[in-house]
Each structure stands twice: as C-alpha cells, then as structure tokens.
Write a protein that binds this ligand. Structure first.
Ligand code: NAP
Length: 284
C-alpha cells in the first residue's frame, strides 16, 4: 500500500519557509517582493486561480497587485502594459494569467515579459535555460513535482521515469528536470503505441495527460512512485489521470487529487517570486 505524498502539507511547509525568507529579505532590502498579476476577461477558473495566488502571496508577506484591463484591450496595449512593468524597479514578478482572449496572441505577450520577472517560467529564454541547465526560472508545476520527489528522497539516478504528456507547461519541462537528475526518461503522448507497457516499466510515473483515471492500477509497476498532475472534473468532483484506488495498491508513493500537485504549484510560484526578487535586487 502506497504512502501518500501530501501536497497540501508540503506546500504549507514551503509557504512557511517562503514567509521566513521574505521577512529576512525585507530586513535586508527594506522591501518585500512584489508580484503583478494581469487577468484579462472573466473566465471563472482563471479568476479563482488568481484569487488563490493573491491569497497565498498575502499570507507569505509578498505584495501582489492585480491588473484587470478591460477584455477589449488590444494586443499592443497589453504588450505596452507588460513593458511598463518590465521597466518598473518596484515590480519583481509578472504573471499573465492564461488563457487570454482570442484576439490576443498569448505567445507574443509572454515573450515580452522580462526573463528575470517571468515567475511562470514560460518565457523562451527560461525554457532554453532549462534545456541548457543554466540559471533561469523553472515553471511552477514542474518545480512543484520535483520538490515532491525530493521530499520522499527518491534517488532518480538511473531510474526509469515515464512522463505521460508532452505539453510545454508540464510534460516537456518535467522530463527535462528528471533528465537533469539522471533519470532515464521516456515521454508518452497520444500517439504512443503501448502505454501500458511503458507504464509497467516506469519506476517513476508522472501522469499529465488530462484524461480522468486513464492510468489504472494494473498499469503501475510494483513499488513505483506515482505523481498525478491531472485535474479533471467528473460529476462535479476533481479526479486525476490515475485511478488512485487501484494504483495505491501497487505504488510505493502516490499523490492524491486534489491535494497533491495542485497546492505545490502555488507554493512554487511564491518561491519563484522570491527568487526573481533576489536576482533583481542583487543586481542593483
Ligand atoms: P495538455 O496541454 O492538454 O497536454 C496533454 C498531453 O497529454 C498531450 O501531450 C497529449 O498528447 C497527452 N495525452 C492526451 N491523451 C493521451 C493518451 N490517451 N495517452 C497518452 N498521452 C495522452 O495538458 P497540460 O496542460 O499538460 O495538463 C495536463 C493535465 O495536468 C490536465 O489535467 C491539467 O488540468 C493538469 N494540470 C495541473 C496543474 C496543477 O497545478 N495541478 C498544472 C497544469 C496542468 P499529444 O501531445 O499527442 O496530444
């Protein structure tokens, strides 16, 4: 029977560490980190994510400002807004909540964010840094996943890791981070021929496909570490990509949904904001 990796508790611990760090930095620099979140439109999920981020910032002593431009804002106006924030020395992190309205090319907007203020780690230079192993901002969900693996002291060296999903925001960066820890990494996707076979070989399985309970217990290698990134709403309930009940019988460690990777994402965002602050203030 698997041990549950409690993302809620772990994120609480990290948020407490961030809070301590923020108060030390405040003493050193006479100010605390400042995150600006830009939210365009009224997508209820985006609004609730932004609220959660604001609340977490406040509790950690991080200043946060929310910009809610009218949804009719043009791409150029939004880019101007980001450029103004890039130049503002009192702003240490900029987060543009996605998705943006259809008339705005989100890639262009994200590409405008200064690399050192890109707390989401979506800027091409941060993605390149991840690839090259040079300093940069690691995006929050992959970073949170790695923190979870660290928390259970799993030695990834030489282990077979399978990442199910190849998105730019989860699958690919997680695979890169696992590779950095010397795991032997396979990435599966919708065209993978025999997913069960791939899963059964994995010592570490990261499920990020967005398909409810797609990975069943019989697909889990005995003793595997299972991280379920999926968040799927089924009959008003949140479920992961892994059939938790079946998988926990075979895994050694497993994350629940909800209460697993989700809370870690916010904790990692706070860490990123503090790290951006430290880099920017040290340069002054
Ligand atoms: P995405 O952009 O939709 O990517 C899904 C990936 O899964 C794609 O690469 C797709 O393959 C692959 N896939 C789909 N069906 C598959 C199948 N049957 N077998 C194997 N691979 C399959 O999703 P995402 O943004 O990476 O998110 C993945 C999940 O994580 C979602 O449930 C999302 O809500 C959740 N998520 C959670 C957090 C958090 O903080 N907890 C953060 C981000 C995302 P192709 O490339 O071939 O299409």
């Amino acid at each position: 029977m698997a041990t549950i990796i409690d993302g809620k508790q772990l994120s609480k611990d990290i948020r407490a560490q961030v809070k301590d760090r923020v108060s030390t930095l405040k003493e050193k620099y006479g100010k605390s980190p400042h995150l600006v979140v830009i939210l365009v439109g009224e997508d209820p999920a985006s609004q609730s994510y932004v609220r959660a981020k604001e609340r977490a910032c406040e509790r950690a002593g991080i200043r946060s400002t929310k910009y809610t431009p009218d949804p009719s804002i043009t791409e150029d106006e939004l880019i101007d807004m980001v450029n103004t924030l890039n130049a503002d020395k009192d702003v240490h992190g900029i987060l543009v909540q996605l998705p943006l309205p259809d008339h705005i090319d989100s890639t262009k907007v994200i590409d405008t964010i200064a690399q050192k203020k890109d707390v989401d780690g979506f800027h091409p230079l941060n993605i390149a840094a991840l690839q090259l192993g040079t300093p940069g901002v690691i995006s929050a969900t992959p970073k949170g996943i790695m923190t979870m693996l660290e928390s259970i002291n799993v030695d990834l060296k030489g282990k077979k890791a399978l990442v199910v999903g190849r998105s730019n925001i989860v699958g690919k960066p997680v695979a890169q981070l696992l590779l950095r820890e010397h795991a032997t990494v396979t990435i599966a996707h919708s065209r993978t021929k025999d997913l069960k076979k791939e899963c059964l070989e994995a010592d570490v399985l990261i499920a990020a496909a967005g398909r409810p309970k797609m990975i069943t217990g019989d697909m889990i290698k005995e003793g595997a570490v299972v991280i379920d990134v999926g968040v799927n709403r089924v009959d008003e309930k949140l479920v992961g990509d892994v059939d938790f009940e079946g998988a926990k019988e075979r895994a050694s460690f497993i994350t629940p949904v909800p209460g697993g990777v989700g809370p870690m994402t916010i904790a990692s965002l706070l860490q990123n904001t503090v790290e951006c602050f430290e880099v920017l203030e040290a340069e002054k």
